[in-house]
Every structure is written in structure tokens, then in C-alpha cells.
Write a protein that binds this ligand. Structure first.
Ligand code: PRP
Ligand code: GLN
Length: 513
């Protein structure tokens, strides 16, 4: 990576840039934000992101401010690959925001890694986003209507970031507040956004967080002895020793600075939390809307055993996220629970990798069957979901090769038939195996003796949330935030990117690869 344009510096408050590829051998979508004078905020953010790594594994970044300038460090890779002690030690300040990304809109590139950065009339902002916006064309037009970078910025001292995703557009809209405060500007911009968003952002002195009116993705507020924290999941708070205060409410914006915490309501709440957070996305030790994710998953397994019993010798999970449901299935059915697969702990989640080839390779890399546990037995194998079918096809084959007498697949969520437009890369309908095939046809396709999916009601009841307050669009096709264009249903979100470097204006940023 080489730098384009000159490095920031010289005007006393300019954002400086740290590009890991300019650091020689010193080697640096979960969101995290911390405001804590006297604490090592970049390290707290690093550990917070580490706890949120399961939410995004393509790129990671941290922005930190010491009150005068914001430093941003981001790169492709896992949190532990992007940051090291030296990098973290150079990120000094009293407030920080961090991000671990997997892409939903805009390619998986350094330019789209977050926090995104943009200079403003009175400083700069850095922002991280979990979610996905669906009115990006509208937002693009709003950004295009803003005064261009040439009018606004000195490009000799402030190089340009060409971000091609939804997050870059919001950053540009927020950053344009020549005559008003960032806080006021945010209260104008947030109501214009459609879709899912949990944002954490900052300027030099203030930490902000906001959650969309539907509260599709989780966001929690926590307290340190000497500060405040916001994070996608409460497990990240526990990791850094912060206590949970409450969830950031749907439609709420929080502002934290030396005067404490202020809360604004920018929209009326209409709660539609993502049910797939309970099924797969969130960590099992997370609590969302007062309900333990682990307990929800165990209950889904119990319910699955009631709905799809089978005579068998052993219940095994597809690790990791299938494990609690398998335990619930075994408990309810009375069939012994055991380990049938060994998971390589160093391999990450497979369905969120960007290409099909990588996904398929990833599964073989991840799971190996324990032959002596499997041989001659009738196996019930429990997983949380079938998306493209890669995992089940591979693991049924492995179980057969290991000598299983029968393989019965049980899935603790209903068939995924519809793409997600709110922050999960469920891709196109064509890629979803349950879109074209019945459960019987899927069983034949993956080579299973039987296949049972939990009912929609069974899954929803297990979360102890009112069905009316959950987004179940990936199972039902009923989208709680109206899609601007029905043709979106046939497209991959990565193809709906709002701008390419050759279309529209370039967004200013600190360093270019
Ligand atoms: O039908 P597919 O397209 O294969 O996707 C579904 C699989 O992806 C997830 O596992 P993943 O490996 O991502 O994560 P996990 O280890 O946390 O269960 C999920 O638990 C299923 O096993
Ligand atoms: N998974 C996410 O939350 C993605 C955030 C944002 N839409 C992006 O693609 O960067």
C-alpha cells in the first residue's frame, strides 16, 4: 500500500494518518466506542473489538482522539492481525471508536474499512457502522448536492478517501455541518436514513452512538469507573470490565462528552430486532432485549426435538453456533449428546467470507469428523442454519465417510429464503438453497436421511420476544423497512454499491492505499 497525496499535518488540528503499510515492519461489523479520560482507550477498543470479532472478519480499525486530532488506523484482516502493541501504544487519547467489518454494501477493500474518516469545518469525524442502509441512491444524491471537496477542502493537506459504501455516504453527510454543530447535524441526518444502523462516531472531543428506529442490530451502553462505553454486544463490555447500563434504544442518539451523557430521540421507535442475532450472529453469552442468546438457542433445540423427533444413537452439534441447540435437542429427546466434529479453533466463520470458493474451502479446513464417535451410529446432527448449503453438504459427506449408519439433520431456524438488506450477507435469492428447493429436496441434495427445520413460531417463541417486534424477513420475505426497489430482491447487495471511484465524488479521507 502506498500513500497518495501528502500526509496530513501542519495546521495544528489536522487528522494524522497511520497506514500499516507505511509502518514498515511494525505491523496494526462489530462496533465499539469508549469515552474515558485517563484510560488506555485504544487498548480498551482493541479488546472490545476482539470480543466482537465474530461479527466481521474482513477488516478492522480504531480511531482515537486526544482532544486535538483524530488518528485512524485500519487495515484488512482480523483485529489481531491489524493491531499490535506498538500501534496501539501510538493511538493515544481519551476517546475512541472501533470497527470489525464484513461487507454488505461496497466491496471488501481497505477504502471501505472502518472507521471512515472525514474532515469537517471545525475538525473531523470518524465513524463505524453495523447494519446496512437501503436508500443509498437517495443518500448518494444528497452527498452529490453538497459542496464538492474542491470547494470545501484543501486537498494538498487532506488526501481523499474513495469509499464506495453506505457508511461513507453517512460520514460525508454528517461531516457537512459548516453552520451548525455535529450534534445538531446528526439529528437532521439520522431521520433521513432507511435500513439498519448502529453507528458509533466521534469528533475530537465527543463520542456519539445511534441506533435505527427498528433497533434491528443490537447496541448496548456500558459504564467504566471513569467513563462510558458503547458496543454491539454486552460481551464486549464484560471483556473490558465495564458494567451494562442499558441498550441504546431504537431511534435514540447518545452523546458523551465532558458534560456527561445526553440522549436524543431522533425517531419514534418501532422495534423489529433481527431474529437471526439469536439464531447465529451474536455471541452465545450476549443478552439481547433482556433474553440470553444461549438460552434462546438451547430452547430452539428443545423445540426442534419436539417438532422433529427421530430414533437415533447420538446427537452431535455442528460447532460453534449449532452447539447450544444440539444440547437442547439431546436434553429434550433423551438421546446422548456427544462431539462428532472437531473444529479448528483458528478458523473463523465460513458463511461470512466473501467468495464461494473460500467458503467451501473454509468448511473443510474448519471441521473434521471424529470417526470413532460416528462409526455405525444413527446420528442426529444439529446446526443453527442452512444458508447456501455448503456446510451441511460437506458435513453429511464427512459423517458418511466416518461410517455413520444414518444421518438426520436438524436445523434450529426455518429455511432461509430471502436476502437480508439489513446487515447480513445472505446474498441473492438464487444462492439460497431453500429458495428453490423443498426440505425434502434439500435433504436429497445434501445427502441426509432426513431433514427437519424448526417452525417459525418455534424459533420466535424461543427468543421470548413478541413476534411483532422481530425482523424475520430472511424467513418470511416481509421486510420491516420497505425496500425502495423490488428489483433489489434479485441482486446481491455488493452490486448495489452506491458509488464507484469513477462515479460520483470522491470522499475525503486520511490515507489512501
Ligand atoms: O449453509 P451455509 O452457506 O454453509 O451456511 C450456514 C453455516 O454457516 C454458519 O456457520 P459458520 O461456519 O459461519 O460459523 P460458526 O462456526 O459460528 O457456526 C452456520 O452456523 C452454518 O453452519
Ligand atoms: N455488516 C455490516 O454491518 C456492514 C456495515 C456496512 N453496510 C458496510 O458494508 O460496511
Amino acid at each position: 500500500m502506498s500513500s497518495q497525496g501528502s500526509r496530513p499535518g501542519g495546521d495544528g488540528r489536522l487528522t494524522a494518518a497511520l497506514d500499516p503499510h507505511d509502518q514498515g515492519p511494525q505491523d496494526a461489523c462489530g462496533v465499539f466506542g469508549v469515552w474515558a479520560p485517563g484510560e488506555d482507550v485504544s487498548k480498551l477498543t482493541y479488546f472490545g473489538l476482539y470480543a466482537l470479532q465474530h461479527r466481521g472478519q474482513e477488516s478492522a480499525g480504531i480511531a482515537v482522539s486526544n482532544g486535538r486530532q483524530i488518528l485512524v488506523y485500519k487495515d484488512m484482516g482480523l483485529v489481531s492481525q491489524v493491531f499490535d502493541e506498538t500501534t496501539l501504544a501510538s493511538l493515544k487519547g481519551h476517546l475512541a471508536v472501533g470497527h470489525a467489518r464484513y461487507s454488505t454494501t461496497g466491496a471488501s477493500t481497505w477504502q471501505n474499512a472502518q472507521p471512515t474518516f472525514r474532515p469537517t469545518a471545525d475538525g473531523s469525524i470518524a465513524l463505524g457502522h453495523n447494519g446496512n442502509l437501503i436508500n443509498t441512491h437517495e443518500l448518494r444524491e444528497m452527498v452529490d448536492a453538497l459542496p464538492g471537496p474542491d470547494d470545501e477542502l484543501d486537498l494538498h493537506t487532506r488526501p481523499v478517501e474513495v469509499s464506495t459504501n453506505d457508511t461513507g455516504l453517512v460520514t460525508a453527510l454528517l461531516a457537512h455541518h459548516p453552520d451548525t454543530s455535529l450534534e445538531q447535524r446528526a439529528l437532521e441526518v439520522l431521520p433521513l436514513l432507511r435500513g439498519a444502523f448502529c453507528f458509533v462516531w466521534m469528533n475530537e472531543n465527543t463520542l456519539y452512538a445511534a441506533r435505527d428506529p427498528q433497533g434491528i442490530r443490537p447496541l448496548v451502553l456500558g459504564r467504566l469507573d471513569r467513563g462510558w462505553v458503547v458496543a454491539s454486544e454486552d460481551a464486549a463490555l464484560a471483556t473490558i470490565g465495564a458494567s451494562v447500563v442499558r441498550e441504546v434504544e431504537p431511534g435514540e442518539m447518545i452523546v458523551i462528552d465532558e458534560n456527561g451523557l445526553r440522549s436524543h430521540r431522533f425517531a419514534e421507535p418501532d422495534r423489529k430486532g433481527c431474529v437471526f442475532e439469536y439464531v447465529y450472529l451474536a455471541r452465545p453469552d450476549a443478552t439481547i432485549s433482556g433474553r440470553s442468546v444461549h438460552e434462546s438457542r438451547v430452547e430452539m433445540g428443545r423445540q426442534l426435538a419436539r417438532e422433529f423427533p427421530v430414533e437415533a444413537d447420538l446427537v452431535i452439534p455442528v460447532p460453534e453456533s449449532g452447539t447450544p441447540a444440539a444440547a437442547g435437542y439431546a436434553e429434550e429427546s433423551g438421546i446422548p449428546f456427544g462431539q462428532g466434529f472437531v473444529k479448528n479453533a483458528y478458523v473463523g466463520r465460513t458463511f461470512i467470507q466473501p467468495s464461494q470458493t473460500l467458503r467451501q474451502l473454509g468448511i473443510r479446513l474448519k471441521l473434521n469428523a471424529l470417526d470413532h464417535m460416528i462409526r455405525g451410529k444413527r446420528i442426529v446432527v444439529v446446526d443453527d442454519s442452512i444458508v447456501r448449503g455448503n456446510t451441511q453438504r460437506a458435513q453429511v459427506r464427512m459423517l458418511r465417510e466416518a461410517g455413520a449408519a444414518e444421518v438426520h439433520v436438524r436445523i434450529s431456524s426455518p429455511p432461509v429464503k430471502w436476502p437480508c438488506f439489513y446487515g447480513i450477507d445472505f446474498a441473492t435469492r438464487a444462492e439460497l438453497i431453500a429458495n428453490g428447493l423443498s426440505p425434502e429436496e434439500i435433504a436429497a441434495s445434501i445427502g441426509a436421511d432426513s431433514l427437519g427445520y424448526i417452525s417459525l413460531e418455534g424459533m420466535v417463541d424461543s427468543t421470548k420476544q413478541a413476534a411483532s417486534q422481530l425482523c424475520q424477513a430472511c424467513f418470511t420475505g416481509e421486510y420491516p423497512v420497505e425496500l425502495p426497489d423490488e428489483s433489489l430482491l434479485g441482486k446481491h447487495l455488493l452490486e448495489t454499491s452506491i458509488a464507484s471511484p469513477t462515479h460520483g465524488k470522491a470522499l475525503p479521507v486520511l490515507n489512501n492505499p
